[in-house]
Design a protein. Sequence first.
Length: 189
Amino acid sequence: MLGQTRNLALVVRIRRMLKSLSIVVLVAATAACGGAKTSGTKPTVVADPASAFGPLQEGADYQTYTKMSKAPFASPTHGGRDVEIWVNAAGVEAYKKGEPSPAGTIIVKSSTEKADDGSTIPGPLFVMSKKDKDWSYALYWEKPSAKWIKQLGGPVYWRTPSPKAAYCVECHENYDNELGGVPEEARAW
């Protein structure tokens, strides 16, 4: 029974994520084509500073954090990529215990994906940073693979409050403490 409940919850989460993803894709597609056209007027382009590319602001030093996974594991909610989780010193103990993370916690999911030739290449970094009671989210990809460059147009750094990071917020709200965690078989603790 518990397994069926978990499976149903997962299906509900995936449906919500797909709905959110379709909204993000619609927003990105609209932005990519210059917005809606109206006869005789130029479209208004609204700047989104939270999606401007630049150096990673939080989590750039993630490889100095505690690695919470002993090996990469598949994450269907992160594009089906293999991920590893890194947590800074402020959040390690709470993460291990499944307790709410304290302010100052930074969690990074590094990812890899398969290239067309079957080799493994770096994917985006997914970053969560806890400020006071709320999390902020970011997706950082300095060198997207060739298949993604066509869709993204270049490197990306989407972070809340950008609508491009809304998918992260909506997905994580469905988890206890807003964290998906590490599967037991992949845990490093």
